[in-house]
Design a protein around this ligand. Structure first.
Ligand code: PEP
Ligand code: MN
Length: 375
């Protein structure tokens, strides 16, 4: 059975425009759900989203409003005339969602990782003609993502699309909440070329300041649509406050991204510039964090060298290190003088720091001995 691209799902979507899914991370109250959905529509959304059951890391945090939220979402659908989509994480969620007339279901990143649950959802959908969006699994395993979609295809569904929401990373510091993996997305397309791909910059970025650059990149790579979280009062949101935007911000973002606002070029480039500057700020702070982590390790090395009577400056090690850094820098297209200058400065500071640490340790020992002698 073939997969139908998303713009052929009979939703009356404009040709050749990215499909926009927007709305709050979670339905919280009736007023917030309806107002956020109306705002999303005004900003240009074609489909409304809201989380009803939320997968949260710790019990006790807000785990979604549950079935009651489906009544509010149904009202929002009636008010706006737009289709709605929610996350389902079990067969029971599927039955409940369908009983309230939800139009599109999505499988969340924490569910895609589990073939048992995906199969349970696929079984619940057997013979039903409903579109389903499948978020990438949290770990970068393309076959798991493809496998989840195949399970839905095997259940007879033809309207299936994928959502790229970024991946968990082992790296300690990253400016993104869930870094994107554009290479994995193109690998995914090799397995399932007909399937539409939606980008979710909200869960990739984790911060509203980074939405523009992530979405820009996705659109440049010809993504079929965007899913962006928007909220009536983002800072007061019960889940994901830092990444949600107001409807005005959403409208401005979409106008800038889709170049609708041609009369207002200055503000378009203003959005881009602000977003790039925020990205630079976050990267610079990440560099400072890394330097602080490095300094801590230098402290351990310093004590070790003192205990074992090893001199602070090890010329061979320094030579080996700088050559390695220069090579790595070159492979990333960085200027040799820049890399050399930075590591020279880091190394000099490290030597200075070790000298100071060792002097302080020696002073401490001397004082200790003095006290013993005096007692
Ligand atoms: C969400 O869309 O609110 C959500 C929980 O997404 P994800 O599964 O990508 O974490
Ligand atoms: Mn969210």
């Amino acid at each position: 059975m073939t997969i139908k691209p998303m713009n052929k799902w009979g939703m009356d979507l404009p040709e050749n425009t990215p499909i926009i899914i927007a709305g709050p991370c979670s339905a919280e109250t009736e007023e917030q759900t309806i107002a956020s959905c109306i705002g999303a529509q005004k900003a240009g959304a074609h489909i409304l989203r809201a989380g009803i059951w939320k997968p949260r890391t710790s019990p006790g945090s807000f785990e979604g409003i549950g079935e009651e939220g489906l009544v509010w979402l149904r009202k929002a659908k009636k008010e706006t005339g737009l289709p709605t989509t929610i996350e389902v994480a079990s067969a029971q969620n599927v039955y409940t969602a369908l009983s309230y007339g939800v139009d599109i279901l999505w499988i969340g990143a924490r569910t895609t990782v589990n073939p048992f649950v995906v199969q349970e959802i696929a079984d619940a959908l057997q013979g039903k003609d409903i579109p389903v969006l499948v978020k990438n699994p949290i770990n970068p395993d393309v076959k798991l993502w493809v496998g989840a979609i195949k399970r839905l295809q095997n259940a007879g569904l033809t309207r299936i699309a994928a959502i790229h929401r970024g991946f968990d990373t082992l790296a300690q510091k990253n400016i993104y909440r869930n870094p994107p993996n554009w290479g994995l997305v193109s690998e995914f397309k090799k397995y399932l070329p007909a399937i539409s791909i939606i980008n979710d910059p909200s869960h990739i970025a984790g911060k509203r300041e980074l939405l523009y650059t992530v979405a820009r990149k996705a659109l440049d790579l010809k993504v079929d649509g965007l899913m962006i979280e928007s909220h009536i009062t983002p800072d007061k949101a019960w889940s994901d406050p830092a990444q949600q935007v107001t409807s005005d911000e959403l409208k401005h973002l979409l106008d800038s991204l889709l170049q609708k606002n041609t009369a207002d070029h200055a503000s378009d480039s203003g959005t881009a510039l602000n977003s790039w500057r925020s990205e630079i700020d976050l990267l610079d702070n990440a560099l400072i964090d890394l330097l602080a982590q490095r300094k801590e390790i230098v402290g351990n090395i310093s004590s070790f060298k003192k205990k074992n009577n090893i001199s602070i400056v090890q010329f061979e090690r320094w030579k080996e290190m700088i050559l390695n850094r220069l090579q790595t820098g070159k492979s990333q297209g960085l200027n040799e003088q820049l890399v050399e200058g930075i590591f020279d400065a880091i190394h000099q500071d490290s030597v200075r720091f070790q000298r100071k640490e060792q002097e302080a340790e020696t002073d401490g020992e001397a004082r200790g001995k003095g006290l013993e002698a005096g007692s």
